[in-house]
Design a protein. Structure first.
Length: 74
């Protein structure tokens, strides 16, 4: 048996749900990796003094620690 053709005006339009945004995970680095990076090549001495050996830091965290170090009064 043949199906009757549907009228496009009667068919509701289905909008697909937007895809969820991927989680943004910042890369973390060891103190040794940051010391060896080109990004911090002029701040290696500060990184050695400020950061802990056993922790991992994102670029933002390392930069914040450096900024805090230079913001302190002597």
């Amino acid at each position: 048996m043949a199906r009757p053709k549907s009228n496009p005006a009667e068919t509701p339009e289905v909008t697909p749900a937007p895809a969820p945004e991927p989680l943004k995970v910042e890369a973390t680095f060891t103190k040794a990796q940051l010391i060896g990076s080109k990004h911090f090549q002029h701040r290696r001495d500060v990184i050695r003094a400020v950061l802990d050996d056993d922790k991992r830091y994102s670029i933002k965290q390392a930069q914040a620690a450096i900024d805090e170090f230079f913001g302190k009064k002597v």
